[in-house]
Design a protein around this ligand. Structure first.
Ligand SMILES: Cc1ncc(COP(=O)(O)O)c(C=O)c1O
Length: 404
């Protein structure tokens, strides 16, 4: 029996699975912008981009209104159109595949590694073999004229994909690599932070992410020409933002989008970036506490630290094996809710959603590891603002539910 009595078992207030951590400095920075008279894209966006590039050690950072917008702009820059296709993981949020669909292009899905739930070289090659044909070192969707133009690896939960392997497959078929790093700020693969590997990396600053700007995103790239293009296309294809225009004159060079970040968001981002390492350390410490506490729970598979890098620990996704655990995932989520503890599921595989299944006729049988993940997976609370009592409450509840 535990040291806690029945009253102590139920938290007084609800613990969500994620919450932003907003400091007084962040609130002051935003207030200063609100009072300044310049609230849309201006000096704060420029500073946030420069600080972000410095943090990652990357060449170009372009701030946008969301990661979804960033994925759209990166795909536009490489010339996606209705005769194109792109390969991505079946275990992701709809934003990744939705951005491909904006062009009437086709998302080709891969299965995932059973441990990390990331695309691997093996699952990538299996999908290429099954769904594509090769002609003159180019990949086409089978029985279609659609040319495959990109691979979009998704670093699920903040665990890095095998970027060296994926980049070598991309080189073989002349494909761009656009990383969906919505969960991977900050994360390391081999000797470099994520943001320095593919042709483009797209980060999210949505409310629950590693750092937040409320809504927002960042595209990083080493290609100067693509960076220039995205700087224009994020704001109507205009060659200069209003803040930089000495006179009324500007030119529209492309049919762009309205995906710029505001200075209000950027001020929050600048402040959050200063806390990013502190947030990361705290998330790592919580993940370690969970790993130590849960290691002997029957039928519970725990997320692993990356073999090839450092996990961002954006999410703590466990799996419950129904044959060995005391109960299934859904029951655990319900029991946690009864104890005032939130949880979530990342993600319903893309092929399970009615829109994608109907439009692209995906077959579940092609994605056995993703199906297994979907039956078993649950994300426990993990965010930098959790105090030690919050962490203890989760540990106590999970052990109490699954061990007794
Ligand atoms: C894997 C993944 N990609 C992309 C996105 C989209 O991010 P945003 O909300 O910034 O557009 C999300 C958001 O949760 C995500 O989880």
């Amino acid at each position: 029996m535990s040291h806690k009595n029945m009253n102590q078992q139920i938290r007084k207030n609800f613990l969500p699975f994620a919450l932003p951590s907003i400091s007084e400095d962040a609130i002051d920075s935003v207030t200063e912008v609100l009072r300044s008279g310049w609230i849309t894209s201006g000096p704060k966006v420029k500073q946030f981009e420069a600080d972000f590039s410095q943090f990652l050690g990357c060449d170009h950072s372009i701030a946008v209104s969301s990661a979804t917008a960033g994925l759209h702009l990166a795909l536009e820059a490489i010339g996606m159109d209705k005769n194109s296709a792109a390969i991505t993981s079946s275990v992701t949020f709809t934003a990744t595949t939705e951005a491909i669909c904006y062009f009437q292009a086709e998302p080709i899905l891969t299965d995932v590694d059973p441990l990390s739930n990331n695309m691997t070289v093996a699952t990538l090659e299996a999908s290429i073999e099954k769904f594509c044909t090769v002609r003159s070192r180019k990949l086409y969707l089978k029985n279609s004229k659609k040319l495959v133009k990109a691979i979009l690896p998704v670093h699920i939960a903040g665990s890095s994909c095998d970027m060296e392997g994926i980049i070598s497959v991309a080189k073989k078929y002349n494909l761009y690599v656009i990383e969906d790093a919505a969960h991977a700020f900050p994360a390391v693969y081999k000797d470099k932070l994520i943001g320095n590997w593919g042709d483009f990396t797209v980060f999210s600053f949505y409310a629950t992410k590693g750092i937040t700007t409320g809504e927002g995103g960042m595209v990083t790239t080493k290609h100067g020409n693509f960076a220039d293009r995205i700087r224009r296309t994020r704001l109507h294809g205009i060659n200069k933002i209003a803040y930089d225009r000495p006179s009324w004159y500007y030119e529209v060079t492309d049919a762009g989008f309205k995906y710029n970040m505001t200075d209000i968001s950027a001020a929050l981002g600048i402040s959050q970036l200063k806390d990013a390492n502190f947030f990361w350390d705290r998330r790592r410490a919580i993940a370690k506490a969970y790993a130590n506490a849960f290691c002997n729970i029957p039928g519970m598979k725990l997320p692993q630290e990356d073999k090839n890098g450092i996990h961002s620990w954006h999410l703590y996704r466990i799996e419950l094996d129904p044959n060995h655990a005391k109960m299934g995932r859904d029951s655990l989520a319900e029991e946690l809710k009864d104890r005032n503890i939130g949880s979530s599921l990342h993600f319903i595989p893309i092929f399970e959603h009615p829109y994608y299944r109907k439009k692209f006729q995906y077959d579940r049988e092609d994605f056995p590891a993703a199906c297994k993940m979907y039956d078993r997976c649950l994300s426990l609370p993990l965010f930098a603002g959790m105090n030690d009592d919050d962490v203890d409450d989760v540990i106590y509840a999970v052990k109490n539910i699954l061990e007794n």
